[in-house]
Ligand binder design. Sequence first.
Ligand SMILES: Nc1ncnc2c1ncn2[C@@H]1O[C@H](COP(=O)(O)OP(=O)(O)O)[C@@H](O)[C@H]1O
Ligand SMILES: Cc1ncc(C[n+]2csc(CCOP(=O)(O)OP(=O)(O)O)c2C)c(N)n1
Ligand SMILES: [Mg+2]
Ligand SMILES: [Mg+2]
Ligand SMILES: [Mg+2]
Length: 344
Amino acid sequence: MSSPESPDPGNSRPSPVDKLGEFGRIDRYFKPLATGFPGARGLADDAAVFGVPPDQELVVTTDAMVAGVHFFPDDAPGDIAAKLLRTNLSDLAAMGAVPYAYTLVTALPRTVGEDWLAAFAAGLGEDQARFGIGLAGGDSVSTSGPITLSVTAFGLVPKGRALPRWGGRPGDSVFVTGCVGDAALGLQVAFGKIAVADEAARGRLLARLRRPDPRTTVGPRLVGLATACLDVSDGLVADLGHLCEESGCAAVLDSAAVPLSIAARAVVGSDPARLALALTGGDDYELLFTAPDEARPALAALAAGTGVPITAIGRLEEGSAGDVRVVGADGTPLALPARGWEHF
Ligand SMILES: Nc1ncnc2c1ncn2[C@@H]1O[C@H](COP(=O)(O)OP(=O)(O)O)[C@@H](O)[C@H]1O
Ligand SMILES: Cc1ncc(C[n+]2csc(CCOP(=O)(O)OP(=O)(O)O)c2C)c(N)n1
Ligand SMILES: [Mg+2]
Ligand SMILES: [Mg+2]
Ligand SMILES: [Mg+2]
């Protein structure tokens, strides 16, 4: 039912920018993305159909992104596509899974035209090739709200070997891949709250905000090495807290050991508020995991083999489940205004 008072449902009049229509858009932009994945049935059926090799299990994860919450409405559509896919691939990696297929939901306002969709689909296509994943299906709806996108990603892991958040034990070391803080600092750069004169540094921070590097090569190789694992989306401290809650222990995080990129180090300097931002701002999509000290030689070999740095940044300890003590170089506690991002 629609009345003059009710909000525009998004399809009450033909869109001025939309010549193709729902099925024309699917034919032109989404069907080509599904050709490499036979289970997608050419996006011509009611659902996808696929099997799993007998020694493997399917890992399934879903993450949504909303314009104004996860990205800026005027971000490049190719960047939006990349972030959408990569945040989901990061969750697969956190489970130790190899990417297999994904489904896509687009809820688009009428202001989104064909140019946007073409660039968005091209971005998906590039990342499909890069990460070896195919489109299996999805749904296309209109909205009177902001652009809203969701991906469900499917991955494969050897049966019974998916990496849990709950295997960490007191005494295990805490490790993180890559660098932390670039995206959170980049977000403040995008908001104009942090000025970065150096163009290369500014570019690095913004690039990591817009296009995270999901650790798809590292995650599957942590099976058998890591006792617990998750990916850092909400913030390093918050996500370590999540791992500790599930593992029923506490942790100490050595802030001086946390790897920051050269750009982040320059921007943080000796400013405690900026260091706190790097440790709690989120959007990192690095893997945070625990392992006993015996695993260190294998982890060093893994880092060398993949080219992804792996750094020890703390230790699990006995204590109240979920407690995280963040300490400075001299071992004194660091005060943080928050642990990480939380949706209201
Ligand atoms: N709306 C929801 N319905 C069902 N499960 C949900 C919902 N929101 C979150 N979850 C589940 O809660 C857990 C934590 O979610 P989340 O913090 O989003 O994980 P992540 O940071 O890895 O994306 C996950 O197991 C996720 O599947
Ligand atoms: C425009 C904009 N505002 C704010 C942020 C910061 N931000 C939004 S959501 C989020 C946390 C991660 O998103 P979430 O939906 O919680 O992903 P999940 O934890 O489920 O993987 C962060 C750091 C951003 N990336 N872009
Ligand atoms: Mg999530
Ligand atoms: Mg996650
Ligand atoms: Mg979150």
